[in-house]
Design a protein around this ligand. Structure first.
Ligand code: GLP
Length: 240
């Protein structure tokens, strides 16, 4: 693992946008695995700026997102599909048909998981961007998710529901289930870029990098990947 520690969220976002931007510049047809949550917002804002000033084009880029809440359709403001359009896709020159997320509103969720797994096999991620849950989750692979899992439906940990409730008007509105890429789908990416910012991530960062590799901390599996870059701010790196 290559570990980069910077001062704060802004510097973390600068570094992350630089690394993702370089992936697109070196391969304009790249497939990017993308994440949601608060952590990548600064990264996306920088990529939007780089596209606006003609430094990067996403015209031939494909994307696949990690996860989506079950029961929210793409127009729901709390869906990850909406988040991606609002924070990135509507502001860059990407072809929206080349952007993919699991469909959390699908009637047949098993069929949707199988569809997404097949899609990921057909367009493997050149680089996968990840945030880190405070319980060590990646995507929505909560503790004890199998390392060999593909896209599946998960029941969210209570701590995740609580963490994510800040984005909803009431905790009862947070869906209790989600569809997520499995850990095996994430590990197939050629490169992985994982970001963490803030003191509430420090224990999960420690467990990911220095802990035993086991399913209690899903992110610890990244120790087995050959090309991982971790970008942390000082608070998230405090226990290393
Ligand atoms: C969420 C998402 C993850 C995200 C993580 C951290 O539950 N499913 O993809 O990386 O938790 O979120 P945040 O960046 O808001 O701290």
């Amino acid at each position: 693992m290559k570990i980069i520690v910077v001062d704060d969220y802004e510097q973390m976002s600068d570094k992350s946008a630089e690394l993702l931007g370089n992936a697109v510049k070196s391969d304009p047809n790249a497939t990017l695995g993308l994440a949601t949550g608060s952590t990548p917002l600064g990264t996306y804002a920088r990529l939007v700026e780089a596209c606006a000033c003609g430094e990067i084009s996403f015209a031939a880029v494909r994307t696949c997102n990690l996860d989506e809440y079950v029961g929210l359709n793409a127009d729901n403001v709390n869906s990850y599909a909406h988040y991606m359009r609002e924070n990135l896709f509507d502001k860059i020159d990407i072809n929206i048909d080349n952007t993919h997320l699991p469909n959390g509103a699908a009637q047949d969720l098993d069929a949707e998981c199988a569809r997404y797994t097949e899609l990921l096999e057909s367009i493997p991620q050149d680089i996968q961007l990840l945030g880190l849950g405070s319980d060590g989750h990646i995507g929505f692979n909560e503790p004890y998710s199998p390392f060999d899992g593909h896209t599946h439906v998960v029941t969210l940990a209570e701590s995740t529901v609580k963490d994510n409730s800040r984005l909803f008007s009431h905790i009862d509105e947070v869906p209790r289930k989600a569809i997520t890429m499995g850990i095996a789908d994430i590990m197939r990416a050629r490169k992985i870029l994982i970001l963490a910012s803030g003191a509430n991530k420090a224990q999960a960062v420690y467990d990911m990098i220095k802990g035993e590799i086991n399913e209690a901390c899903p992110a610890s599996v990244l120790q087995r990947h050959p090309d991982v870059t971790v970008v942390l701010d000082k608070s998230a790196a405090a226990l290393l």
